[in-house]
Structure formats: C-alpha cells, structure tokens
Ligand binder design. Sequence first.
Ligand SMILES: NC(=O)c1ccc[n+]([C@@H]2O[C@H](COP(=O)([O-])OP(=O)(O)OC[C@H]3O[C@@H](n4cnc5c(N)ncnc54)[C@H](O)[C@@H]3O)[C@@H](O)[C@H]2O)c1
Length: 334
Amino acid sequence: MAAWLAREGYPIYAWHGQSVEDFYWCIDKTIDAKPTLTLDDGADLIFRVHDARTDALEGVIGGTEETTTGVHRLRAMGEAGQLKYPVIAVNDAITKWDFDNVHGTGQSTLDGILRSTSVLFAGKTFVIAGYGHCGKGLANRARGMGSNVIITEIDPLAALKAHMDGFRVMKMDEAAVVGDIFCTATGMVDVLVARHFESMKDGAIISNTGHYDCEINIEDLEGLATSVRTIRTDNEEFTLADGRRIYLLARGRLVNLAAAEGHPSEVMDMSFANQFLSLCRLAAEGEGYDNLVYDISHQQDSELAALKLSAEGKGLDVLTAEQKSYHEDFSHGT
Ligand SMILES: NC(=O)c1ccc[n+]([C@@H]2O[C@H](COP(=O)([O-])OP(=O)(O)OC[C@H]3O[C@@H](n4cnc5c(N)ncnc54)[C@H](O)[C@@H]3O)[C@@H](O)[C@H]2O)c1
C-alpha cells in the first residue's frame, strides 16, 4: 500500500531497519502535513499528537487504531478524559482480529522464525505466551507443523480455552525449562526475563510477535551473556556463563514483520477496508462524537465479510421469510 501511495505522489516516510530516532522523525514528518484524520498502527501517531506535537491537535477530527495494544491504551485514555479526539477501534472489528491477528500473525510468525533459523518445527516443544487472537493462530499452526505446543496465560478463560483446545497449559517458569522455541504474543512487558533465561535449555530460540520489543527483556539476557554474536540475519546467539546458548530473533521485535514480510495482503485487505470505512465515518460524523474510542458497527463487519466471501467466490445461504419469522417471532413455540 505504501509503495502504491508513493507512486501516486503521496509523501511516505518509512523504511526497513529504522532506529527509534528515525521512527519518530517519520511520525513528525507525517504530522507536519497537519492531518484532519489520523490512521494508526500502534497508536504512536496519536500519542505524539497528544504529547510532543500538540500543535497538530486542533485540526484533527478523529483517528483510527489498528492494534490490540494501541486500542487498550486509547480506551484507558478515553476513560481518563485524556483523549483529545474520537478514535475508532479498527482492531476490535471481527473482520480484523479474527482474521488478520489469527491467520495473518499465525502464519507470518512461523515464517519469520523459519527465515531466521531454518529450524524444523516437527517434534519441537513450542512455548507460546498468550492465547489471544495472535497466540491462538500461532498455536494452531505450530501444532499443524508437528510441534508440541505449550501455552502460558494470565487470564483463566483464555487458559481454559487453550487447555480444552488440547494444548498443554503451564506457568512460564515451568515452560522455560522444557521449551525449544518460545514466542511471546501478549502485548505485555517482561514476559521472558532473567529467571527464565537461566533455566532454558542450550539452543533455546526466543522470539516475540506481540508488542514491539518489550515482551522479552533483552537487558536481562545481555546481563547474563558472556558473549553475543550474530549467526545469521535476525538471529543472535547469546552464550551464558555455563556455556548454554540462547538464540534471540529480530532483537525481540515482531518477528513476523522484522524477519519475514508480515501478513499477506489477502488478509490485510479486510483490515485496511475497515480503516478506510472508519475514516469515511469519522469524516462524515466525527465532529459530533465525544473524545472516546468507538467500535466498528456489526453492519460494517457483516458487509465486509460478505464482500470478502464474494471476492473469494463463496456462496451464502439466505434465510427464507418463514425462517426469519421462526427466528424472530416470539409467539412461535418450539
Ligand atoms: N505480529 C503482528 O503482526 C501483530 C498483529 C496483530 C496484533 N499484534 C500484537 O500482538 C499482541 C497480542 O494481540 P492479540 O490480538 O492476540 O491480543 P489479545 O488481547 O487477544 O491476547 C493477548 C493475550 O495475552 C495474554 N497475556 C497478557 N499478559 C500475559 C503474560 N504476561 N503471560 C501470558 N499471557 C499473557 C492475555 O490474557 C490475552 O489472552 C498485541 O500487542 C497486538 O498489538 C501483533
């Protein structure tokens, strides 16, 4: 999409392998355009407009947010009265998180781990932290590749689902000892820390597909290591004092984006359609909205799902009048 926009003459500020300074330079250049609508993937643009670049706040009608973590934070800001313009939670659309997060992240995360390690998944113990949308998608794919999958969770409902979906569920302290491959998918900080690295097997591979590079505590790992060397692109070997080696992928950044190509466009199309339709909604109605986070309507989700199905050439049954009446009329008995 960025390449297409650039070709059409829109300014694009992005490249692979950015530093943190580069990242904020790109955001500031985007803000210099004085946007009336903001479209975000991680909410950094929104946070910047609320913080270091409040000069751009005035003209903004509203914004959209693509990610789970971004939406969590924006909801908290809205509830605390700190959000300065309305935001639509694109992430929480069914046509986004049940597809992009599950299928897109699930597939591309395995791709990123493969490209940076060339490991055989079959027979490996694959530990996944978080059984939300991304974790679930990844767990099912890792199982399909022959891995023995362990889930760690903090939410009893998610943990119970994982258990009844046939995965082993345990604390990370226990999983750290037996895992061959680890991937965090939580949106939380410090999911893997020093005490976990201390108990891992020689050769353990650790990666993240959740939020930025904070789920694996890299400082802890560096503190334990006596030497570090890059053994192939996006794969660093940390040797600990007792000789054990731990392989960190993509510096703990999202392995599917840093070490592979991210989600296929065939699943991002629905996410981007949700972004576009939400911006249209904000342009038309946003000025009447409160400064809160709004959901995507069920109607938008249904229409998008129907469009996607028809694009894939799939038919859909339609209720007859009798079926509709049976469904809706409370005077019917059984
Ligand atoms: N890699 C990508 O391209 C990509 C795509 C979409 C979302 N994400 C990011 O992935 C993360 C997860 O997204 P999601 O949609 O699956 O969210 P989700 O809310 O559906 O699932 C997250 C799960 O992690 C669990 N969790 C939280 N802290 C934990 C901990 N310390 N240990 C174990 N489990 C823990 C939660 O209970 C929850 O079940 C978010 O940060 C999101 O922004 C990444």
